[in-house]
Design a protein. Structure first.
Length: 288
């Protein structure tokens, strides 16, 4: 019955694994719902900021603000890559890293010098493994990113852009469309561009203080909010991917258990049949 004992051990091991994956699925579902709430809460403020930006923007004002400067040629750029600190989420981190690699390759083919800023252990570990220099990294941002976290990430990049040390800043993160759609995406956060189709709209109202003073205060907040939204969307997308991965693992464990139990039952039946045959054969031998 050595095979039977071995099968029973495998069945017990798969049952324990299924309990773990089911628990992780439940935890990921709970955290995903909370993260989705933060994504939904962040969108109205971002939309309002975009509306104000579009109403204040004009080519004349744009010339006065470094963050609106449109470089004639991009020679040096910064890439902010946001990944998760943990795995067990299918291809989530791999897709983000692939997106960043494609962007870096494209920029470097165009002669652009790219400095990398890694947010999350998975992206940081990958590029360190490749031996690529990482200008800065953060692995301490948890499941509830804050506007302060966003400011810590991007304020230095805004200063470098304003001084002309950078010509563009890109951010790669997961775009949370729904619980089943979280594709990696690349956004340009600097130079700042108002929402498309609204630049230069004229409105009949008075501004106090002036549009220039409002823009001076608004632009940094607008950039920080873009990074903050990327952080919260990435968190929601990660837990969505982890929930899906753990559900698939739980389902697969169930399928494996069914196969192992059928195999065990067949082995047990074969052993019983063999034992009966041996008993019958022994009895016949005694009678003969």
């Amino acid at each position: 019955m050595a095979k039977g004992r071995e099968l029973k051990g495998r069945i017990k091991s798969v049952e324990n694994t299924r309990k773990i994956t089911r628990t992780m699925e439940m935890v990921a579902t709970s955290k995903m719902k909370r993260a989705m709430d933060r994504v939904v809460a962040a969108r109205p403020y971002a939309q309002a900021l975009g509306e104000v930006m579009s109403r204040l923007y004009s080519p004349e004002l744009a010339e006065r603000f470094p963050l609106l400067r449109q470089p004639t040629q991009v020679r040096r750029a910064a890439l902010v890559l946001i990944t998760a600190n943990r795995g067990l989420a299918g291809a989530f981190n791999a897709n983000l890293i692939r997106e960043s690699r494609g962007l870096i390759a494209q920029l470097e083919r165009d002669g652009v010098e790219v400095e990398l800023h890694a947010i999350g252990r998975k992206g940081l570990g990958y590029y360190r493994y490749l031996g690529r220099a990482v200008a800065s990294n953060r692995t301490d941002i948890g499941d509830r990113p804050t506007v302060q976290n966003a400011a810590e990430i991007v304020d230095g990049l805004m200063d470098a852009f304003a001084k002309g040390q950078l010509d563009a800043v890109y951010i790669v993160h997961a775009h949370f469309k729904s619980a089943i759609s979280t594709p990696p995406t690349t956004e340009t956060i600097l130079p700042v561009a108002p929402p498309e189709g609204r630049q230069g709209r004229q409105h009949d109202y008075l501004l106090f203080p002036s549009a220039e003073e409002i823009l001076a205060s608004l632009l940094p907040s607008y950039v920080r909010n873009m990074v903050y939204r990327a952080l919260v969307e990435n968190t929601a997308a990660f837990y969505s991917a982890q929930r899906t991965a753990m559900k698939n693992a739980t389902d697969n464990a169930g399928d494996i258990l069914n196969v192992l139990r059928r195999t065990y039952n067949r082995a047990r039946q074969a052993q019983i049949t063999q034992e009966i045959a041996e008993i019958v054969g022994g009895a016949a031998a005694l009678q003969g």
